[in-house]
Design a protein around this ligand. Structure first.
Ligand code: NAD
Length: 347
């Protein structure tokens, strides 16, 4: 039997928890804002130490999805789901089907997708119980892996940064340091290789770094030494909070533009410090929206080609940089203000 409870939090339309003893499911769905459309966001599975930490994480992630979709001008709201559990030993078909039933109870107010430690195969299991699943395999008519599209939007944003900061639009000979060459980072490095950029890569998984060296002629640098290397563009594509009190003094590049979420540990403080150092920062949720754009265009609109929408992320970034210069405030602050207005229905 499913035990579903509502959790009230200011600023959120709906937060619901679910426990189901037979499958062992403990999950939370947060719906931040559905003013522009149904909430969409991935499902993350993680062994949170307690429910409070899971609620904090799902709220932060759902809020970020509202901003990402609004900035990309998608008719989608922001939502996210977390399953409390260890993905290596707690994930069973029964648990995933139970998650599907939970999502189905929300009657389409929340559309799920994949996030950390939930695979496309897991989505297939979840989809046995609900139609509100996006990013299913292309062989099943779904939009497939969002990562290559995320990489496309990051490349688009990087080109705008190149123009803004280095007054050029080609990558020939520009050195880019890609931190993390997993799904997004490798796809981005491949695109940059095709654009004749010089690549430096680091990854805690040596196999991932070796592959980039072998296939893309990238130079490998140990993860703890990456920021000591010389490069023009830093592309964080691993974890968040990589710009923090420890790393800010080490950064000596011209541009930061990457796929990772929440790159600035303290958004207000570190955005100002980057501006003082004359490092151009492309707000993460503006340039890493390619994945959700692909889902929106192919799974929701049922159109084939997300590229025209992905190109628009470049236009959004140009507007952000223009206003940032006019108003003398960091790009991330401008992005938050512009997106806040879209979310409030004012634009
Ligand atoms: P992934 O797990 O496939 O790749 C991450 C890579 O980073 C792995 O190869 C991992 O070994 C490496 N890594 C971890 N810690 C590292 C460190 N300290 N130094 C160097 N490398 C390290 O994940 P992904 O799907 O490529 O996502 C990467 C980032 O982009 C995440 O922050 C994710 O939230 C964000 N993101 C992904 C998508 C998407 O479409 N997949 C969309 C938006 C944002």
């Amino acid at each position: 039997m499913m035990k579903i409870k509502t959790i009230k939090e200011p600023g959120f339309e709906e937060i619901v928890s679910c426990e189901e003893s037979a499958s062992g499911l403990k999950a939370i769905v947060a719906i931040h804002n559905t003013r522009l459309g149904p909430a969409l966001g991935g499902i993350r599975m993680y062994p949170y130490a307690n429910q409070e930490l899971a609620i904090q994480d799902v709220m932060r992630l759902a809020n970020a999805m509202s901003y990402k979709s609004a900035a990309a001008r998608l008719k989608l709201g922001g939502g996210k789901a977390v399953i409390i559990g260890n993905p290596t030993c707690d994930k069973t078909p029964e648990l995933l089907k139970s998650m599907g039933k939970f999502i189905h109870c929300l009657k389409g107010r929340y559309y799920s997708a994949k996030d950390a430690d939930i695979t496309t195969e897991d989505l297939v299991e979840i989809a046995k119980e609900t139609e509100y699943v996006t990013g299913l395999p292309e062989s099943m008519g779904g939009s497939g892996d969002p990562s290559p599209w995320t990489a496309q939007s990051v490349l688009e944003g990087m080109r705008v940064c190149l123009n803004e900061r280095m007054n050029r639009s080609d990558f020939d000979g520009v050195t880019v340091a890609v931190q993390g060459v997993g799904h997004v980072g490798f796809a981005l490095a491949k695109l940059l290789h095709e654009e004749k950029a010089r690549l430096i890569v680091s990854d805690v998984n040596p196999k991932a770094a070796d592959r980039a060296a072998r296939e893309l002629n990238a130079e490998i640098v140990a993860p703890n030494l990456l920021l000591d290397a010389e490069f023009d563009i830093f592309a964080p594509c691993a974890m968040g909070a990589v710009v923090n009190d420890q790393t800010i003094d080490m950064l000596a590049c011209k541009v930061i533009a990457g796929g990772a979420n929440n790159q600035l540990a303290d958004e207000a403080k570190h955005a100002l410090q980057l501006a003082d150092k004359n490092i151009l920062y492309a707000p993460d949720y503006v340039i890493n929206a390619g994945g959700v754009i692909n889902i929106y265009v192919r799974d929701i609109l049922k159109e084939k080609n997300p590229m025209p929408w992905i190109k628009k992320t470049g236009d959004c970034l140009r507007t952000v940089f223009e206003r940032s210069k006019q108003e003398g405030v960091p790009p991330s602050q401008v992005a938050d203000e512009l997106t806040g207005q879209i979310l409030a229905g004012g634009v």
